[in-house]
Design a protein around this ligand. Structure first.
Ligand SMILES: Cc1cc2nc3c(=O)[nH]c(=O)nc-3n(C[C@H](O)[C@H](O)[C@H](O)COP(=O)(O)OP(=O)(O)OC[C@H]3O[C@@H](n4cnc5c(N)ncnc54)[C@H](O)[C@@H]3O)c2cc1C
Length: 285
């Protein structure tokens, strides 16, 4: 049996050097709440584990000229207690309240959640509605990719093995009057989503939505925005009938992507109901 080498660099340069030399034989460890499970059940068999928890470049939540910056090593507990996110990305903060348990939230990171590429990752729909970009570092330099392009399929990460996610840059929710994250699972607590979704909107005094963003997770191979649903509501007054129609459209578009399966009989109604419930506070008549 080959030995597993554990490395915990103190500097980013050291980490990138290691990834440059051993990237394909290495796995990055942040909180370990996904990776340790993969190691235990044999889904990951690296020679090296690179623990990035000491790298200060992966920490912090700040407002910058580029947008709201959230370090890849920020934990779900830090997201939960962030005033900056409450102001500028409230749906992202809201997702942390139903994420796992307090013990898991204390170590689980946003970078690990995105890089694991689970279709059910709870931070992904909120990041996607903010058109979040991931800033990636390697010995070759820095580059940025849209968060929704990181997963090429369920649990399939498109990033090369020598790259590390440093942080995410979110477009701030300017003048947004509504933001929400909703999750449906098999039970109330400590639950992996069967359906999750994030939305944000700006509603004018006359009731019209002058801005509307929506992203669905868990139901499709990778979470992404639903442009048909966005354009059904954007610029219009969300009456009860219109929201009902948008829910029907969302279910229809989702099934067009996944095809009909045994679970469709439940999911079609649940997806429809989720959107209607989520947008209920916006309904004017
Ligand atoms: C009991 C339990 C409950 C859970 N509940 C939820 C839940 O409610 N919602 C949910 O979405 N998830 C849930 N999860 C899954 C998990 O906690 C999250 O996906 C978590 O955010 C992973 O972060 P981590 O820091 O632990 O990642 P790790 O396990 O350390 O890493 C996960 C993957 O990401 C890669 N990675 C980590 N950091 C980086 C980086 N900076 N750059 C590039 N690659 C990186 C690793 O190599 C690995 O492939 C749960 C897990 C458990 C065990």
């Amino acid at each position: 049996m080959s030995r597993l080498h554990y490395i915990r660099p103190e500097t980013l340069a050291e980490a990138l050097d290691h990834l440059d030399r051993h990237g394909s034989r290495n796995r990055i460890l942040a909180g370990g709440t996904d990776l340790v499970v993969d190691l235990r059940n044999g889904d990951a068999r690296p020679e090296f584990i690179l623990d990035v928890s000491r790298l200060h470049e992966l920490k912090g939540i700040d407002v910058t000229p580029e947008g709201v910056s959230v370090g890849a090593g920020v934990t779900l507990s830090e997201i939960q207690s962030s005033d900056v996110l409450e102001r500028h990305a409230p749906a992202l903060r809201k997702c942390s309240f139903t994420f796992a348990s307090r013990q898991v939230r204390n170590v689980a990171t946003i970078g690990g959640n995105v890089a694991h590429c689970s279709p059910c990752g709870d931070t992904v729909p909120p990041l996607v509605i903010h058109e979040a970009r991931a800033v990636l570092a390697s010995r070759r330099g820095l580059r940025e990719v849209l968060v929704e392009d990181i997963a090429s399929g369920p649990y399939a990460c498109s990033l090369p093995p020598d790259e590390l996610i440093l942080r995410f840059i979110l477009k701030p929710a300017a003048d947004v009057t509504f933001a929400d994250f909703q999750k449906i699972g098999r039970r109330r607590e400590l639950v992996i989503a069967r359906i999750n979704a994030a939305a944000m909107a700006r509603q004018e005094p006359d009731g019209r939505l002058s801005f509307f963003r929506f992203s669905l997770g868990s139901c499709t191979p990778t979470p992404h925005r639903m442009p048909e649903v966005e354009s059904c509501l954007d610029g219009r007054v969300p009456t009860a009938e219109l929201v009902w129609e948008a829910g029907r459209l969302l279910a229809e578009r989702t099934i067009a992507i996944t095809g009909r399966r045994p679970s469709t009989i439940y999911k079609e109604a649940a997806i429809h109901g989720l959107l209607v419930r989520m947008l209920h506070p916006l309904v004017t008549s």
